[in-house]
Design a protein around this ligand. Structure first.
Ligand SMILES: Cc1ncc(COP(=O)(O)O)c(C=O)c1O
Length: 395
C-alpha cells in the first residue's frame, strides 16, 4: 500500500488493508483452505509450537486468509489486533472466557440480542461468572451496579431490536474509574458508522454474519482489542477452546468489507425513509429508530455515529396483528438475520428473543406487538409498498 495504514481513509482500508499476496501475484485474495502447515524439520515444528518462531501451525490457531480478514477489520475499527471466531456468539464467549474467571461479575445492558442474554443469564453462572442487568441508557444505574468483583461492562449500541443508544464515551470513563473493561458489540453500526475503541471502549465484538458479510452468506464473528491480550489470552483460548473461523468464511467476509461503507450509506438512507413513513401510519403505535428526532437518544446517536443504521423496529397492537402483518408481506424475507442486501422482517418476542423468560423479555422492553425490520438495499418504494399492502390486507 502506498501510504501507512493510518493515513488511508476507511473506504480504502476496507479494500486494501490486510491483503496478503502470494508469490503468484494474484490480484484477488487466495483462500488457504488447509487444516495444517508443513514444517521443514522436527526442530522447526517444535519451535513453532513453543512460540519461539513465528509462523502458521494449524488453522484452529491461525490461517493466512483468516489473518487477512483480522488485519483488515482491526484497521477499520482502529484497533491493534483482531481475532476472528466461528460466530458472533463465539466472539462474545471468547471475550468473556479469555478475560474473566470464576467469581467475576459482569454488568450488562438488559436490552440485547437474545442469545447474549441467555449466555450471560443461564450459561456463565454455571462457570461462576455472574451478571447484573441495567438500562443501557441510564449511567447512574451502570455505576450503582458495579460491585467489588465487577470486571466487565458489556453492551450493544444501538441495541437489538429497540435501537437504544449507550453513551460509549461516558461509559468508558466509568470503566476506567472503576478498573473494569468496556466491551461494545458493534454489530448494528459496524466501523463504517461507529468506532467504539476511539471513544474509549476496550474491546469491540462483532457478528460478522451481519453487515460485515452483507449478503447473508456465512456465519462468523470477531473481537478487536489490544495486541497484548488478543495475541496472548485470546489466542490461548482459541487454541484450546477452538472457536476458529473457517478460511472460506474469512475470504467471504473480506470481500464483504470492501463494499461496507457504500452499503451502510444505503442501509441508513432506506431505514430513515422507512422509519418516517411508519411514523405516519395509524396502525403503528411506536417507531424505534435513532434517526427520528423524537428518539430519546437522537442527539447522542448524531454525535456518536456517522449514520443511524439500518434497523427499524415498530410496535403494532398485539402479537396477532404482528404475525398477520409479517405473514402478508410478499417481498420482505421472514427471517431473523439482519445486515443483508435483502430486507428482513421478524417478530423478536417469538424468534430472536423467544427463549428468554417472560420477565427477561419485559426487562429488555420487548413486547408481543414489536416487529423488527432490517432494511436492505432494495428500492425503498418497493419496501414501503410491501409493508403498506401487508398492513391493508391484515386490517
Ligand atoms: C447484536 C448481535 N450480537 C451478536 C449476535 C450473534 O451473532 P451470530 O449469529 O453470528 O452468532 C447477533 C445475532 O443476531 C446480534 O444481532
Amino acid at each position: 500500500m502506498p501510504k501507512s495504514d493510518t493515513a488511508l481513509s476507511p473506504e480504502t482500508l476496507a479494500i486494501r488493508a490486510g491483503t496478503n499476496r502470494t508469490e503468484f501475484g494474484e490480484h484477488g485474495e487466495a483462500i488457504f483452505t488447509t487444516s495444517s502447515f508443513v514444517f521443514n524439520n522436527a526442530a522447526e515444528a517444535a519451535a513453532r509450537f513453543a512460540g519461539d518462531e513465528e509462523g502458521f501451525i494449524y488453522s484452529r490457531f491461525s490461517n493466512p486468509t483468516v489473518e487477512s480478514f483480522e488485519n483488515r477489520l482491526a484497521s477499520l475499527e482502529g484497533g491493534e489486533a483482531c481475532i476472528a471466531t466461528s460466530s458472533g456468539m463465539s466472539a462474545i464467549l471468547t471475550t468473556v472466557l479469555s478475560l474473566l474467571e470464576q467469581g467475576d461479575h459482569i454488568v450488562a445492558a438488559s436490552s440485547m440480542f437474545g442469545s447474549t442474554v441467555t449466555l450471560f443469564e443461564k450459561l456463565l453462572p454455571r462457570l461462576g461468572i455472574t451478571c447484573s442487568w441495567v438500562d443501557v441508557t441510564d449511567l447512574d444505574a451502570w455505576q450503582q451496579a458495579i460491585a467489588k468483583n465487577t470486571r466487565m461492562l458489556f453492551l450493544e449500541t444501538p441495541t437489538n431490536p429497540l435501537t437504544e443508544i449507550a453513551d460509549i464515551t461516558r461509559l468508558s470513563s466509568l470503566a476506567r474509574q472503576t478498573n473494569t473493561l468496556l466491551v461494545v458489540d458493534n454489530c448494528f453500526c459496524t466501523p463504517a458508522l461507529q468506532k467504539p475503541l476511539e471513544l474509549g471502549a476496550d474491546y469491540v465484538v462483532h457478528s460478522a454474519t451481519k453487515y460485515l458479510d452483507g449478503q447473508g452468506r456465512c456465519v462468523g464473528g470477531a473481537v478487536v482489542g489490544p495486541q497484548e491480550t488478543i495475541k496472548t489470552q485470546f489466542l490461548a483460548f482459541m487454541r484450546s477452546g477452538g472457536p476458529a473461523m473457517s478460511p472460506f468464511n474469512a475470504w467471504v467476509f473480506n470481500r464483504g468489507l470492501e463494499t461496507l461503507s457504500l452499503r451502510m450509506q444505503r442501509h441508513c438512507e432506506n431505514a430513515s425513509q422507512l422509519a418516517q413513513w411508519l411514523q405516519q401510519q395509524r396502525w403503528v403505535k411506536r417507531v424505534c429508530f435513532p434517526g427520528l428526532p423524537d428518539h430519546p437518544q437522537h442527539q447522542l446517536a448524531k454525535q456518536q455515529q456517522q449514520g443511524f443504521g439500518g434497523v427499524v423496529s415498530f410496535e403494532v397492537a398485539d402479537k396477532q396483528q404482528a404475525w398477520r402483518l409479517i405473514d402478508r408481506t410478499r417481498l420482505l424475507s421472514i427471517t431473523a438475520n439482519l445486515g443483508d442486501t435483502r430486507t428482513t422482517i421478524t417478530h423478536p418476542a417469538s424468534t430472536t428473543h423467544g427463549r428468554l423468560s417472560e420477565s427477561s423479555r419485559q426487562r429488555a422492553g420487548i413486547n408481543q406487538g414489536l416487529i423488527r425490520v432490517a432494511v436492505g438495499l432494495e428500492h425503498i418504494n418497493d419496501i414501503v409498498d410491501d409493508l403498506d399492502q401487508a398492513a391493508s390486507e391484515s386490517g
